[in-house]
Design a protein around this ligand. Structure first.
Ligand code: ADP
Ligand code: MG
Length: 282
């Protein structure tokens, strides 16, 4: 895939985001974030809770407007959502309980005005891809959490975006299920060649799935480090037990630990939390 992972599919340049809270305070969620997402790559974002991972994803997808800086999609400035090119999968799968699985997958296409036959075809194809073809006529309540999340992935894929932005998509699932779903996702990506930006708090998941892992600092979110994962995808069986995997995971742990510590101390001493990471002095 080397030649397909060179060009930037999407880029954030000097993106800063401040929120105004209801009390009238300003929260700087992202501070001068610049990041290229390469075409065909699997890019993970990790960082302490509240460091702006979701905010960055929403801004990349045009769902929220940054305070300053710029986002481009294939060189064009992003000013709003572009559902034909960029899809989302969120942590809570938000299926409509009164619709069957297949008609849940068709929702986005229906919205887009795609004809009935094509809608059905695409939905069937993508349900098969996530291994749920047999559940087309079931209702969400009949499926486990892991299965519902696969439906959400099928729904996003059926819109055929080039880029998928995934915000802790397996966050609500148990460890075994998320491991299997991670492997499934890797297999699906191999087939479809999508570009993925993936927020996770699981270091193993990030190390196993990614081409590069972006570690963000405690709020205000900045890019602390970007670690490449030098192992071809899809990863072989031995990768997750290899020394290289272990080193990478430990490296991520250390980087993240520093930031979580800074974030926790900042929460405990809000008065001193204005500086970089809010870390304790002296
Ligand atoms: N709509 C909002 N209004 C005010 N503050 C917000 C809003 N959304 C997020 N924030 C704040 O911005 C910071 C980053 O949030 P978020 O992007 O959700 O972080 P993460 O996904 O890394 O946990 C947090 O301090 C959060 O409280
Ligand atoms: Mg989040």
């Amino acid at each position: 895939m080397a030649e397909t992972t060179t060009a930037a599919a999407m880029a954030a340049t000097n993106v800063t985001m401040s929120y105004r809270t209801r009390r009238g305070d300003t929260v700087v969620a992202l501070d001068d974030v610049s990041l290229d997402v390469r075409r065909g790559e699997f890019l993970s974002l990790i960082g302490p809770s509240g460091c702006g991972k979701s905010t960055l994803l929403y801004i990349l997808g045009g769902l929220r407007k940054q305070t300053s800086g710029e986002v481009t999609l294939e060189g064009e400035r992003v000013t709003g959502p572009t559902p034909r090119k960029v899809g989302f999968v969120f942590q809570d799968y938000t299926l409509f309980p009164w619709r069957t699985i297949i008609s849940n997958v068709e929702v986005g296409l229906e919205f887009r005005g795609t004809g009935k036959r094509e809608r059905r075809e695409r939905a069937e194809r993508n349900l098969d891809l996530v291994g749920l073809g047999a559940f087309a006529n079931a209702y969400p309540s009949e499926l486990s959490g892991g299965m519902q999340q696969r439906v959400a992935i099928a729904r996003a894929l059926s819109l055929d975006p080039d880029i998928l932005l995934m915000d802790e998509p397996f966050g609500a699932l148990d460890e075994q299920t998320r491991t299997v779903l991670g492997e499934e996702l890797a297999r699906i990506l191999e087939k479809t060649g999508k570009t993925i930006v993936f927020v996770t708090h699981s270091l193993s998941e990030a190390a196993y799935l990614s081409d590069r892992v972006v570690v963000m600092s405690a709020r205000p979110g900045r890019i602390k480090e970007i670690l490449p994962v030098d192992e071809p995808r899809p990863r072989g069986d031995g990768f997750s037990t290899s020394a290289a995997f272990n080193d990478l995971r430990n490296g991520l742990f250390d980087l993240l630990h520093e930031e979580v510590r800074a974030a926790t101390l900042a929460e405990m001493n809000p008065g001193q939390a204005s500086g970089k990471g809010g870390g304790r002095r002296g």
